[in-house]
Design a protein. Structure first.
Length: 663
């Protein structure tokens, strides 16, 4: 952390200085008022005496004509200046009170899409992988005095600090307890809980300055009212008022500088879960910061108005009853205000520079895969939202639309998808990129006459050689046992357990939250690639079917190089008849862990399925596996065919299937 206000000693010293100035000012006021009113009484005594006519005339002429009934009568320009000061002091008092009373006045969490993971990435494999909105709630904010839940900078709601809990219970137990702690809303004002001690001290200093500003603003409101009603002479009002407004201006500037320093510094915390935090990465300023800037500018303006528009002799016989150059005085006041604004801005820039905010962000470590372990299991803390669930209960569908579906032209599912419409453009146009490729044994979708229950393939001996959990789906109609391109086995070098003549359905999952354009774009399992970057895919509001899509194309493998296609890894083929007749609908993830009794909760997502079965050379498939092996992430778990899910029942399939036929 920077020596930017090294930090809080300077703040505490400023607070003490302000208190001293206020007390000294009160003493000064009392002393001057005693002196002034002593003079008034003396003059009044001279008038009451019975002098000679000549002496009486002389005595009367020394009486201050601006003193009427014991009050000082100000000229109009001075009245306007002090009236402006009354308004500004009142507004400052109200504004500071609001900032102190509101638990979200200073900072609030950024939108979820902009929030990074806050917890220690080294503990991700142990289940510690949380954003601050997940830990604190998406609307969480902190005010000058307390946070959104009403807890101050020193209250540890959990009873013990995180460091103490880790020492007493151990890391695994505390990590396991995080979801239940979040669910019960037990994380309040995390600064003392996390023992971010320097940050806590800075927050307390800012809070102290806020209370002092509130007191000073109320005092100055009363002060200028007394001047306006003639109970304080200008010889007191101008120097003392200017002094206090100068101190108040300095106090606001310190608050602004402190806010910039706190917001941009990297704060260390005494725990292993969140060992350091930079607020600017997770929070955005609330209205308290512009309030502080406005308070600073207003206080500076009143300071220069008092210096250039008012006089220490206003309301006296010696005083000038009108300004000799009103325009000049106003220009001086505005010029002084702007110069102080520039000075404040320069100081803030210096602080930001000291905190490294103008340096380029360090490049991410190329050896760290940002997508590892990103598969979500919960939508909320510990709710297990994405776990498989019963499809039906007492005859009522319990989940959203499922896949794979019947994609035969004209087919329509029975599940009402409401306003959900699949992506009908290309995924690239919708801002999605491919994040994985894998395939299933047989087709998970049904296209009558293309891949259905009447399709054929290699015999029973081939089936026994397949993995036990690889359920066979529908087959295409291309297989011919008398044609050697369907029966001559290929010398597979990269794919595992594949066979010529068999039907396979390839899936290319796409996502808007993938590590698109980086070496980690492709991931296994595909869930890590789909959910690589946090915050872009949300359940509330539901946007999964707009941010996640799967391309699907069905092939029969042949040992014939005339069907070679080298770029199968990149995505679905769209040349010739490939991708010419498409079905587009919203469904779910598939696989053999789901059927018509147990359904997927990774739904809804867009499916774009080629209704036609095509032939592809075995060498094309092997080239795809070779490309998979060349990826930064280990994709070996997808080098073989996965089992096919049972065809989804009509009442589980969305009624929003779209047909697109390329012209």
């Amino acid at each position: 952390m920077v020596p930017v206000i090294e930090s809080t000693f300077g703040m505490a010293l400023t607070c003490l200085l302000l208190l001293v100035v206020i007390l000294a000012s009160l003493c000064f006021i009392m002393n001057k008022m005693v002196q002034v009113y002593s003079k008034i009484e003396a003059k009044a005594a001279d008038v009451d005496a019975t002098p000679s006519t000549k002496d009486a005339t002389k005595s009367t002429s020394t009486i201050d004509p601006a003193l009427v009934g014991g009050k000082f009568e100000l000229p109009m320009h001075a009245k306007l200046a002090h009236a402006l000061a009354v308004v500004v002091a009142g507004v400052i008092a109200v504004a500071v009170a609001i900032v102190l009373g509101d638990g979200t006045s200073v900072i609030k969490l950024k939108p979820v899409a902009e929030l990074p993971i806050a917890t220690n990435m080294e503990l991700r494999d142990q289940g510690l992988h949380w954003r601050l909105d997940e830990l604190l709630g998406p609307t969480y904010g902190v005010g000058l005095h307390h946070d959104q839940a009403g807890f101050t900078w020193t209250q540890v709601h959990a009873g013990s600090t995180l460091k103490t809990l880790l020492q007493e219970l151990g890391t695994p137990a505390v990590i396991a307890a995080v979801p239940s702690v979040i669910a019960t809303d037990d994380l309040k004002h995390p600064v003392p809980f996390l023992e971010c001690n320097d940050l806590q001290t800075a927050g307390l200093a800012a809070m102290s300055l806020g209370f002092i500003a509130e007191v000073v603003a109320v005092v100055m409101l009363i002060f200028h009212l007394l001047v306006l009603i003639g109970l304080l002479p200008s010889e007191i009002a101008k120097p003392l008022g200017a002094l206090i407004w100068a101190v108040l201006s300095s106090g606001f500037l310190v608050v602004i500088c402190l806010a910039v320093a706190v917001y941009t510094a990297d704060w260390e915390c005494d725990n292993t879960f969140i060992p350091h935090i930079k607020l600017s990465q997770h929070f955005e300023y609330s209205y308290g910061f512009p309030f502080a800037i406005t308070g600073y500018m207003s206080a500076v303006l009143i300071l220069f108005v008092l210096l250039f528009v008012t006089s220490g002799t206003d309301g006296t016989a010696e005083g000038v009853t009108s300004l000799s150059s009103p325009a000049g005085s106003l220009v001086k006041a505005l010029a002084g205000t702007m110069s102080m604004a520039v000075a404040g801005a320069i100081i803030c820039i210096i602080i930001m520079a000291g905190n490294g905010n103008f340096e380029e962000e360090p490049a991410p470590d190329p050896n760290v895969n940002p997508c590892t372990g990103q598969r979500p299991y919960n939508a909320g803390p510990g709710d297990h939202y994405f776990h498989n669930t019963n499809c039906m209960q007492e005859g009522i569908v319990q989940t959203l639309e499922q896949a794979g579906a019947n994609v035969t032209r004209g087919y329509r599912g029975l599940l009402d998808a409401g306003s959900r419409v699949p992506i009908t453009t290309s995924y690239a146009e919708a801002g999605l990129c491919p994040v994985n490729v894998h395939w299933h044994l047989g087709a998970e979708h049904l296209s009558v006459g293309q891949f259905d229950e009447h399709g054929t393939g290699p015999g029973a001996a081939h089936h026994r050689a397949l993995a036990e959990d690889a359920r066979l789906g529908f087959r295409c109609h291309h297989y011919d046992s008398h044609d050697t391109k369907f029966t001559t086995e290929y010398n597979w070098e990269h794919c595992v357990g594949m066979h010529v003549g068999e039907t396979y359905e390839i899936h290319w999952p796409h996502s808007a939250a993938g590590a698109c354009g980086t070496q980690y774009q492709y991931q296994s399992p595909f869930y890590d690639g789909v959910f690589c970057y946090d915050g872009l895919i949300t359940i509330a509001p539901l946007n999964t079917y707009q941010k996640i899509g799967v391309q699907s194309q069905v092939f029969t493998i042949v040992n014939d190089e005339s069907y070679y296609y080298p770029d199968l890894f990149q995505g679905m083929r769209t040349d010739g008849t490939h991708g010419a007749d498409m079905a587009k609908y919203t469904g779910s993830t598939t696989g053999t862990t789901r059927n018509n009794d147990v359904c997927s909760r990774y739904t809804p997502i867009t499916w774009q399925v080629d209704r036609t079965c095509h032939m592809i050379s075995a060498s094309s498939f092997d080239k795809m596996c070779q490309d998979m092996k060349a990826q930064a992430d280990d994709m070996s778990s997808d080098l073989y065919a996965h089992g096919s899910r049972m065809l989804s029942a009509d009442n589980l399939v969305a009624n929003n299937q779209q047909s697109r036929q390329r012209k």
